[in-house]
Design a protein around this ligand. Structure first.
Ligand SMILES: Cc1cc2nc3c(=O)[nH]c(=O)nc-3n(C[C@H](O)[C@H](O)[C@H](O)COP(=O)(O)OP(=O)(O)OC[C@H]3O[C@@H](n4cnc5c(N)ncnc54)[C@H](O)[C@@H]3O)c2cc1C
Length: 461
């Protein structure tokens, strides 16, 4: 319940103009990028520093008022949608990069900095923040932390969790904590940094983040390989790694997914006629000779998988063009059609079996899917298109199909979300991936951080 007394208290902390109600609540605060889901919050509060957040959380805790933290609102699991009759706390004013430490190759940043802005800022210092989610243009670093965002280059450099060294955050009781240290190793107690990464705003509100940086590789080539048979494309992925080659990106994309993006971008890029699926394999090194060697090896071993076309993009312009098409696949599909996006992940050699199963389930239930994703990680995004499915099928039958897909994913040794999180849309399927006892342990962690259950409560395990 949000009464006048609470409004006055919060307003005193942030200033009246940073507390929005009714018509003043912009449409963007009612949704993220998940399907067509929306919900109106009771209010939107836009604080400017950690102490303000701590004070707001204390008021909400005393009044059992739910808080949904909002980063860039690019989430695909419905985690930032205010489904709980509470307030949205937007991190948009936490937009300062605090320190780029070239000597130690680290950056300390506020949580509301847009991922791409941070990438560009460190690049000006000759450094690379290698976590590269395709939604980089609108996601915040804090949102990346909260979802353990992965993306195109996680296969070589890890997800956000592997790159976050330290955090400042506010727990559900309004305590300010600082986790981790600015060191590359740390054996001091439980690893609260890694625990908070991926906790989707259910344990604490992250306000500051220290991230590892690397020196960017000097040379890169991008192989764009077409296959007449999507199964062959998937099967080739594990072989590349078995050969001792470590690509810095290894993406699988069905033709239909690329067609959405090409048409959305009004691109003139021509996909080779015979190819139904593609791999994008990025090789990086400091020496051209090393790249040439790896590219030759990859081309040779791909022969076993009957590729229909191999394009070698060796200029930055060509590579950027192809990556732009790849990065816009999800957005283009969304503009074209309402869809449910599943974020399945399996050990990479099981990818062909997963794809086969997804298509078989689609045929049985009568839906069309476009599949693409970070194949080097075994991460397959399955976009189930609504097309002209009626409400009954979309709401009641499709969940059964998704359950079948997830059950097979787990049977193959995988899990139900590789990088998008559980949010609100995957909660009904958690039992497939986690045992009752594991969920009980997680509830205990939630209780320790957020005893009043006010932080993103619907997402609680
Ligand atoms: C076109 C497109 C492409 C994408 N590509 C990728 C990809 O390649 N890889 C990938 O991993 N994801 C991808 N995503 C998903 C999305 O961009 C990521 O999940 C991203 O990390 C979400 O960040 P955000 O700031 O937008 O968070 P939001 O959507 O605002 O929030 C997501 C969750 O994080 C919580 N949260 C946000 N900020 C904080 C904070 N400061 N403290 C605590 N909790 C917080 C929210 O409460 C919510 O639970 C893509 C999305 C789109 C639309």
């Amino acid at each position: 319940m949000l009464d006048q007394d609470i409004i006055n208290q919060i307003s005193e902390i942030v200033g009246q103009q940073w507390l929005l109600f009714g018509d003043a609540i912009k449409e963007k605060y009612t949704h993220d990028q998940t399907e067509d889901l929306t919900a109106l919050p009771l209010a939107v509060v836009i604080p400017s520093n950690t102490e303000e957040i701590a004070a707001i959380v204390k008021i909400c805790a005393a009044n059992q008022l739910p808080i949904v933290v909002r980063g860039g609102g690019s989430g695909l699991a419905g985690a930032a949608i205010p489904l709980t009759n509470g307030i949205v706390l937007s991190m948009e004013r936490f937009d300062q990069i605090l320190d780029i430490d070239r000597a130690n190759m680290q950056v300390r940043t506020q949580a509301g900095v847009i991922t791409e802005v941070l990438q560009n800022a460190v690049a000006e210092h000759g450094l690379l923040y290698p976590v590269d989610p395709a939604g980089r243009g609108w996601s915040y670093i804090g949102g990346n932390v909260a979802t353990n965002a992965g993306g195109l280059r996680a296969v070589a450099y890890g997800c956000t969790r592997e790159n976050a060294l330290a955090l400042k955050a506010v727990t559900g009781t309004g305590e300010i904590i600082e986790t981790g240290a600015r060191t590359l190793k740390n054996s001091t107690g439980y690893d609260l940094t890694r625990l908070l990464v991926g906790s989707e705003g259910t344990l604490a509100i992250v306000t500051e983040v220290t991230l590892k940086l690397i020196a960017p590789p000097k040379k890169q080539v991008l192989m764009f390989v077409g296959f007449a048979d999507a199964q062959n494309a998937c099967s080739a992925v594990a072989r590349i790694f078995q050969e001792g080659i470590q690509p810095t990106a290894c993406e699988f994309i069905e033709r239909s997914a690329l067609e959405f993006s090409i048409s959305y971008l009004d691109e003139t890029f021509q996909l080779p006629e015979a190819s139904q699926a593609f791999l994008m394999i990025e090789l990086s090194a400091n020496l051209q000779a090393a790249i040439d060697h790896d590219a030759e090896q990859v081309a040779k071993l791909l022969e076993q998988f009957d590729p229909s076309d191999i394009l070698l993009a060796d200029t930055a312009t060509e590579q950027a063009r192809l990556w732009r098409i790849r990065s816009n696949v999800g957005h283009a599909a969304k503009i074209n059609n309402v869809y449910k996006e599943e974020d399945t992940v399996v050990p990479r050699a099981q990818l062909p079996q997963l794809l086969k199963h997804v298509k078989a389930v689609g045929e049985r239930y009568g839906f069309r899917s476009i599949c693409y994703g970070h194949a080097g990680d075994g991460n397959l995004h399955v976009n189930i298109l609504r097309d002209d499915l009626d409400d009954q099928t979309w709401q009641y039958e499709l969940p059964r199909a998704i359950r079948e897909i997830f059950e097979e994913t787990v049977r193959l040794g995988g899990t139900i979300s590789g990088e998008h999180g559980i949010g609100s849309v995957q909660t009904p399927y958690l039992d497939i991936a986690l045992s009752t006892h594991e969920r009980l342990l997680m509830s205990g962690v939630k209780q320790a951080f957020d005893p009043h259950n006010i932080l993103n409560p619907r997402r609680a395990i």
